[in-house]
Design a protein around this ligand. Structure first.
Ligand code: KIV
Ligand code: ZN
Length: 517
């Protein structure tokens, strides 16, 4: 039975988000992200596009095998190969969905598909019928629905429902609509379509005009009961509706919308940070809900108001989205339970295995640093998430630097490749960080053009954890890497190696796609 008071959160971070340039993830990273989305209470996880590559297929299958509390969905064009491979990929899931789509707008019909209106309707019907052989949960999307003639859109949607689609998604593929327009469209669809009473209507908005969240909320006002969104608003071009924003808007303005979601909002900040770390794309400081400044009050007038009563300048509590405000500190005598509970407080639900590896890293950190603040812990947990992604691992590093005229700064770096190769080199250069980067480049065979290198302290004190970010450009792509340590040079080395690992993993993915075609 459909609950008209609930909005289904369909998160496409791992599909629309992951397919955007600069956001690709390995299969292991996708699983880690899917676990975070499950922990968040996401209803449907769109885990990828099974027919896109063997890597995509495997990632969806692995997610379907491991995630038990969210529906796992694979995208498929309306053709037999895509639908069959989606059906296979979601088979192990407790609850699996096939999301099949075909474009319906005049531009797409004429120039992309070169198909008539009737051919498209027939393709939609046969695709949905085939998908229903694999699962009862079939979603159908009219790509570029917003620019589709309304009478034709009605015809396609009615045919799709008759063929067995249980969710109808109306994408604003090019981010063209406005709140007023999309609200009216959803009012029309949810009242005038034959079969609308037993169908979930869904909005999928892109952010080309910066309206994706506003448009999704307007679609909900018009009757949509599913929104498709991605954490940090990632996705094709300017991105998708941001999961954290639409959820917190519904939550904070429940008085206005009168609707709820199943999202455990305290997990939002941790999941957002994890995504930023896994993809190497930091969240902008001023980003709504999850940016560093989202709950910072800098001006005197604001600080004064907040001290008197937080609600003067705060419409949400930071802890509601997992941003910690208390300053409880862990130290070297803190145990596993304290670490787990602190991690939960800052939005990370660690599995037993994760807790084990984070605990080892925590003990090492607590030995070198008396007080471990939340920001240190966050950097450590995320560092663990990044650190497990090869193929290269930093085995050891030592540097020398100083003002002695007779010696130039040098770095001795030892790296271990997942193939078992252990390689070491010593390089002299103008500065110690420069020497470290050159040594890593020499061993891995990646002479990179460094665009920026920044280091910042994530907590207080002279023994604070440092977080380094490296940005490099290759001929085709821009890559960001991140590393954290109490030693700034080591943090830089980790960030630089993170970039190289991303480049190599991407090359492996591309080779697998090329082998398929
Ligand atoms: O933007 C879009 O139209 C899509 C569809 C595949 C749903 O991502
Ligand atoms: Zn999209």
């Amino acid at each position: 039975m459909m609950d008209k008071n609930k909005v289904i959160i369909f998160d496409t971070t791992l599909r629309d988000g992951e397919q955007a340039p600069g956001f690709s993830m390995s299969s292991g990273q996708k699983l880690a992200m899917a676990q975070a989305l499950e922990g968040l209470g996401v209803n449907v996880i769109e885990a990828g596009f099974a027919a896109a590559s063997p890597g995509d297929f495997e990632a969806i299958k692995t997610i379907a095998e491991n995630i038990k509390n969210s529906t796992i969905c694979s995208l498929a064009r309306c053709n037999e190969n895509d639908i069959r491979s989606s059906g296979k990929a979601i088979k192990p899931a407790n609850s699996g969905r096939i999301h099949t789509f075909i474009a319906t707008s005049p531009l797409h019909r004429e120039y992309k598909l070169k198909m008539s209106k009737d051919e498209i309707v027939n393709r939609a019907i046969s695709g949905i019928k085939l998908a229903r052989n694999f699962t009862d949960d079939v979603e159908f999307s009219c790509e570029d629905a917003i620019r589709t003639e309304r009478d034709y859109l009605k015809k396609v949607v009615e045919a799709a429902i008759k063929a067995g689609a249980t969710t109808i998604n109306i994408p604003d593929t090019v981010g063209y609509t406005t709140p007023e327009e999309i609200q009216r469209l959803f009012e029309f669809l949810t009242s005038q379509i034959e079969g609308c009473d037993n169908t979930i209507f869904s909005a999928h908005c892109h952010d080309d005009l910066g309206l994706a969240v506003a448009n999704s909320l307007a679609a909900i006002r018009g009757g949509a009961r599913q929104v498709e969104c991605a954490l940090n608003g990632i996705g094709e071009r300017a991105g998708n509706c941001a999961t954290e924003e639409v959820v917190m808007a519904l939550n904070t303005r429940k008085d206005f919308y009168g609707l709820s979601t199943d999202i455990k909002t305290e997990g939002i900040y941790g999941a957002s940070k994890l995504l930023a770390t896994l993809t190497g794309n930091p969240v902008p400081r001023n980003k709504a809900i999850v940016g560093k400044n989202a709950f910072a009050h800098e001006s005197g007038i604001h600080q004064h108001g907040v001290l008197a009563n937080r609600e003067t300048y705060e419409i949400m509590k930071p802890e509601d989205v997992g941003v910690s405000t208390d300053n409880l500190v862990l130290g070297k005598h803190s145990g596993r339970a304290a670490l787990k509970s602190r991690a939960e407080k800052i939005g990370f639900d660690l599995s037993d295995n994760q807790l084990m590896s984070v605990f080892v890293a925590f003990k090492e950190l607590a030995d070198s640093k008396k007080e471990v603040f939340d920001a240190d812990l966050e950097a450590l947990i995320l560092g663990e998430a990044v650190g497990t992604q090869g193929p290269w691992k930093l085995e050891s590093l030592s540097v020398s630097a100083g003002s002695d005229d007779n010696t130039s700064p040098s770095a001795k770096v030892k790296l271990l490749h997942e193939s078992g190769n252990l390689e070491e080199t010593i390089i002299q250069a103008a500065g110690p960080v420069n020497a470290v980067f050159l040594a890593i480049s020499q061993i891995t065979g990646h002479p990179l053009h460094l665009e920026s290198f920044t280091v910042q302290s994530v907590s207080e004190g002279k023994d604070a954890m440092a977080e380094a970010s490296v940005s490099v450009s290759t001929e085709f792509e821009n890559y960001q890497g991140r590393g954290a340590s109490t030693d700034t040079v080591l943090a830089g080395a980790k960030a630089y190696l993170d970039v190289i690992n991303r480049i190599e993993r991407r090359a492996v993915r591309q080779a697998s796609i090329a082998a398929q075609h």
